[in-house]
Design a protein around this ligand. Structure first.
Ligand SMILES: NC(=O)c1ccc[n+]([C@@H]2O[C@H](COP(=O)([O-])OP(=O)(O)OC[C@H]3O[C@@H](n4cnc5c(N)ncnc54)[C@H](O)[C@@H]3O)[C@@H](O)[C@H]2O)c1
Length: 330
């Protein structure tokens, strides 16, 4: 039996951002291992469809709430995962002040809740804390190259501030906090139109449109399948003793955007070529996690290869696309 499957039984776990892409998969996994789950979400970028199958589960509770406002909860609470934050640039830049407040004030509110309940706390931080990195691949001790006045700063600097809050409360011995630095993750339930590279490519390909490549396409990214990420998040939450250090979670396989486009075109026959658009400001040139620490501390590394994960993701998007076509035709 999987060790994780016995560790959660009987725990009450809050997942902020639980109606989002990663958060809904995390809710599934926690319920499957016997936890009861309180999903807190404002539905800013989350979708009701992501959690609709859970709503009749006796261990599942949904609270519609913006974490920028303080939250009270009755009853015991063992763990809090903070995944609440819009994650794609068009979405987090749409209201940059709210994005910054979600990371800073929202994390502060959830840390207060954790402190009151004696709950463990995990922050979903991001590889964006490394900015446009000068060190490659990125280890956790690299301090990053973030433009603190650019259009991505509301997200990058918000997460950096949230990390600082977590480590302060840990040092003060007030909350048992953990920080996961998540690299690009993909899978079913990503939003079709949220501007992330894999969902963009798949949806353009399914519609028979050219794939939009920003810049030359020679910039690189690493792509982690969502089930691998969720396993890593749970392992980090359950790790004893507290590692007292952030941990990178991502897939070290590195692909140029042109390589990714070629794979998607090969897997979706409807795809029609590529078009290039100017690179957005502060777009990182290279991204690849150094996961030495995750391997050593958690015994974790991704298991799902890019093509395998893409197959599941494409099938999921194809189902949605075909359903949409049927509705339009009716
Ligand atoms: N998916 C990735 O590639 C990736 C990479 C690095 C970090 N992360 C982090 O992981 C977390 C989840 O990302 P995702 O890809 O699932 O994004 P997502 O946008 O699908 O999910 C975020 C969820 O948080 C909710 N939310 C946003 N602001 C909120 C607020 N103020 N109060 C309550 N709920 C709020 C949204 O409605 C949504 O359901 C985010 O914190 C993100 O920064 C994700």
């Amino acid at each position: 039996m999987d060790v994780l499957n016995t560790k959660g039984r009987g725990k009450r776990v809050l997942v902020a951002g639980g109606a989002g892409f990663v958060g809904s998969h995390l809710c599934d996994a926690l319920l499957a291992e016997g936890c009861s789950v309180v999903c807190v979400d404002s539905f800013l970028t989350g979708a009701h469809a992501n959690i609709a199958p859970l709503e009749n589960h006796p261990g599942f509770q949904l609270i519609r709430h913006d974490i920028c406002e303080p939250l009270q909860l009755k009853g015991p609470l063992d763990e809090i995962y903070n995944l609440a934050c819009a994650a794609s640039p068009p979405r987090y830049q749409a209201d940059p002040v709210h994005t910054m407040m979600t990371s800073v004030v929202g994390t502060r509110n959830l840390l207060s809740l954790a402190e009151r309940h004696g709950a463990r706390f995990l922050l979903a931080s991001t590889s964006e804390v490394y900015g446009d990195p000068e060190v490659h691949p990125q280890p956790e001790h690299y301090r990053g190259n973030v433009n603190c006045t650019g259009p991505r700063a509301c997200y990058d600097e918000g997460k950096r501030a949230a990390e600082a809050l977590c480590f302060d409360l840990l040092r003060l011995n007030r909350v048992d906090t953990r920080v996961a630095r998540i690299f690009n993750t993909y899978g079913p339930r990503m939003q079709a139109d949220d501007g992330r590279i894999i969902s963009n490519f798949i949806n353009q390909a399914l519609r028979g449109e050219p794939l939009t490549v920003y810049g030359t396409g020679e910039q690189t990214r690493s792509f982690c399948y969502v089930s691998d990420l969720v396993t890593g998040l749970i392992a980090l939450m359950r790790l004893d003793p507290n590692p007292k250090t952030p941990v990178n979670l991502g897939n070290p396989g590195e692909f140029t955007i042109n390589e990714l486009a070629a794979i998607v075109q090969e897997m979706i026959p409807e795809a029609k070529g590529k078009i290039h658009r100017p690179l957005p400001q502060d777009d990182p040139q290279r991204r690849r996690p150094d996961i030495t620490r995750a391997k050593a501390l958690l015994g974790w590394e991704p298991k799902i290869a890019l093509r395998e994960g893409l197959e599941d993701t494409i099938s999921w998007f194809r189902l949605g696309y075909e359903a949409e076509q049927r509705i339009t035709a009716a």
